[in-house]
Design a protein around this ligand. Sequence first.
Ligand SMILES: [Zn+2]
Length: 328
Amino acid sequence: MRIIHDHGVYLPGPGLRLDPQRPQPFAVVTHAHSDHVQAHDEVVATAATAALMRRRGVTRPRFRTPQLHEPVAYGAATVTLYPAGHVLGSAQVLVEWEGSRCLYSGDFKLRHGRTAEPAEVPEADVVIMETTFGKPRYQLPPVPEVEERLRGFCRQAMADGCTPVLFCYSLGKGQEVLAILEGEPYPIYLQNEHWDTTVVYREFGVSFPEHRKFQPGQKLDGVLLCAQQCRKAAWFQRLGSVRTACVTGWALDRGAAYRYRTDAAFPLSDHADYHELLEYVRLTRADRVYTLHGFAEEFAGDLRRRGLWAEPLRAPPAAAPLQLSLFE
Ligand SMILES: [Zn+2]
């Protein structure tokens, strides 16, 4: 199956666009993070992704929301969504066409989170996979250990009379952090976007500890979950004494807290770490791997040294959009 990077993944054989970054008549969307969300005419996505996209203001598409594992016909091709473990509703896309099975991972992780459906990896002939953390040094520590450190950080801040503020993305990480704080002895406040997204999670049956919507200007007696950009807001300046932490896989980088200008950095991620990327390739049993995002060159090189066929899926130069496309 021919595979092209054309503002997203394009399979010209069956004519399918996966996570296209420009509006299209028809698109398969793996999850609701904003870099994947455009005003397409018709979208195939899970019901949770469709609900999250609508909540984020993307109301134009007609949504087709098959169940996970339920094949959908598109011309001569069949498209089947499998859970990706990244955020609620996130899916891998298996495309079957002319006897070939092509699997697109979207964003994924194999570790079991608290708020996303656990990933299930189907077998395929060709894989297109995200490689955000595709270098060996990106090995995440055991999750329970990081969770305990995060809870300890909040307790200590409270004991010291400071408001703990956890910077985390509003879709996915925010809900994981909220779930991690289950049983802690202080109120949990969510900033607006985090709150709205969490409402959708609750509608899809995810349970959380009690939490409250933060009203800018109010005095806080607990921990606040919000986006990093909030620190520029006038209300943030009025919070008084705060102790801040970022929650991101990039916390594995040396000096992350300094770079994020926070008091602490906790390495929790919604993406696969290096070893999970390798495990993913093994589980798919694919003999061709295209890498995408992050350390795509490095990870493809790594796979080649291990005897696999692997190439980064590169965007063609703008002047000659198809000449340097990759062919299977
Ligand atoms: Zn994502």
